[in-house]
Design a protein around this ligand. Structure first.
Ligand SMILES: NC(=O)c1ccc[n+]([C@@H]2O[C@H](COP(=O)([O-])OP(=O)(O)OC[C@H]3O[C@@H](n4cnc5c(N)ncnc54)[C@H](O)[C@@H]3O)[C@@H](O)[C@H]2O)c1
Length: 386
């Protein structure tokens, strides 16, 4: 298939590009390096240097991988995106090109506006580029489990049947996000649903939980092919932060009580999920929503697992509970469904001590690069940046 990847320089985009190219698909990736720019601006640079997208494609080809085409440009620019779509005629388009950090979106007005404009415009432009230039293309959009928030009822896969005054109908499951970033994902879903209804777009919206992991079959070819690894409080996820804190010998910073529970998945499983979505396209006029995670864990669970994995490498780990910079429930009901991808064939690999130990081993050689100023919370939901 001809597959277009928006956000191909990113943590998920680059491994996806390599994996799909290795399976024989024709892959074209787009990126404008927004992630790198925002990481520089907020002093949140990745732990290892990642070659730029063109260099990565060359390193992959030199290691025996197939050709990955690269287009550097802004998906929020409609003329650019529609031209690429018109020329490439993708059969599937995977949309990763968004500003993905909740803390970044909560720093202040400029960061909130950038997140809102960028995320809605990339989605809106992709919708129109597909409608006008490649109407049969299947859009696979990355949403987030954070769209649902933490309601006191079970979370369904995207939809809910409601009975009201004796009549029934099916609606999008209620969404109540906990950050401006997550709210842009809610708005994306609404935009996609509108154009599915009005114009017969075909869309899979993947409600993904936080992803962890550094390696895939293709990154094993050459270390320089590893995806970006951010460990700071703005662009790093909790798993990355804890692993780096364990290596640096400083306490793990659990926000508040640590009962915040979310659905997690391994990077290798993200690749499986996206592949399954592409291999099983939906028909025109359908919006399929799948909850993309393999296990639910609390922040305390993750801290304990990282501590146990670190002990295997003789690293002693302390856990600190720090004031929570976010507005979120720290002890709550959480029961999301995730049967859709399992029914399509997903074989989960879970966050075992072995997996975490392997990640720690990958990271130990970079111990001297760790900047300790980056790992304490710098952004507060009530007052922007500290
Ligand atoms: N990584 C996770 O744990 C996770 C979890 C749930 C959802 N997601 C979603 O998956 C997607 C990818 O996440 P990621 O972790 O790979 O983030 P990332 O920031 O590493 O990757 C996103 C890429 O898109 C690019 N980009 C952003 N705006 C662009 C634009 N206007 N034009 C061209 N390129 C642009 C960035 O430069 C970056 O390389 C995001 O939409 C994110 O919200 C990620």
């Amino acid at each position: 298939m001809r597959i277009l990847i928006l956000g191909g320089d990113g943590y998920l985009g680059w491994p996806t590009a390599m994996a799909l190219a290795a399976e024989g698909h024709e892959v074209l990736t787009i990126d404008n390096y927004l992630r790198r720019l925002l990481a520089e601006r907020t002093r949140s640079q990745a732990l290892m240097r990642n070659p730029d997208l063109q260099e990565r494609a060359e390193i992959f080809a030199a290691a025996g991988g197939p050709k990955i085409r690269v287009a550097i440009g802004d998906c929020a620019n409609y003329l650019f995106l529609s031209r690429v779509v018109a020329e490439f005629q993708p059969e599937a388009a995977i949309h990763y090109a968004e500003q993905p950090s909740a803390p970044y979106s909560m720093i202040g007005f400029d960061e909130a506006r950038l997140t809102l404009n960028n995320n809605l415009n990339t989605t809106f432009n992709l919708i129109w580029a597909v409608l006008e230039r490649a109407p049969d293309c299947h859009i696979v959009k990355l949403g987030t489990m954070g769209e649902y928030g933490t309601p006191k009822i079970d979370i369904e896969e995207g939809w809910i049947e409601i009975e009201h005054a004796g009549r029934k109908d099916k609606f999008l499951f209620p969404r109540q996000a906990g950050s401006l970033y997550h709210t842009t994902k809610v708005l994306d879903t609404d935009l996609l649903w509108f154009y599915v209804r009005s114009s017969g777009l075909r869309v899979t919206d993947l409600m993904q939980g936080p992803v962890y992991g550094l390696s895939t079959a293709e990154t094993d070819l050459d270390k320089r092919l590893m995806p970006n690894f951010h460990y700071d409080d703005i662009f790093g996820t909790v798993v990355n932060r804890f692993l780096v804190q364990a290596i640096a010998g400083i306490p793990l910073t659990v926000y508040g009580k640590g009962g915040q529970t979310r659905g997690y998945l391994n990077l290798r499983d993200t690749l499986q999920c996206v592949r399954l979505a592409i291999q099983n396209p939906v028909k025109r006029g359908e919006l399929r929503i799948l909850n993309q995670f393999t296990e639910t864990l609390s922040v305390n669970d993750i801290a304990l697992r990282v501590r146990a994995a670190a002990a295997r490498l003789d690293l002693e780990v302390r856990v600190d509970h720090v004031a929570n910079p976010r507005k979120e429930a720290e002890d709550h009901y959480y029961n999301p469904k995730n049967s859709g991808l399992l029914e399509l064939g997903l074989k989960p690999s879970l966050m075992t001590e072995d997996v975490l130990t392997a990640m720690l081993r990958e990271l130990v050689p970079y111990r001297h690069e760790i900047d300790l100023k980056k790992v304490r919370p710098r952004v507060s939901w009530s007052g922007g940046a500290r």
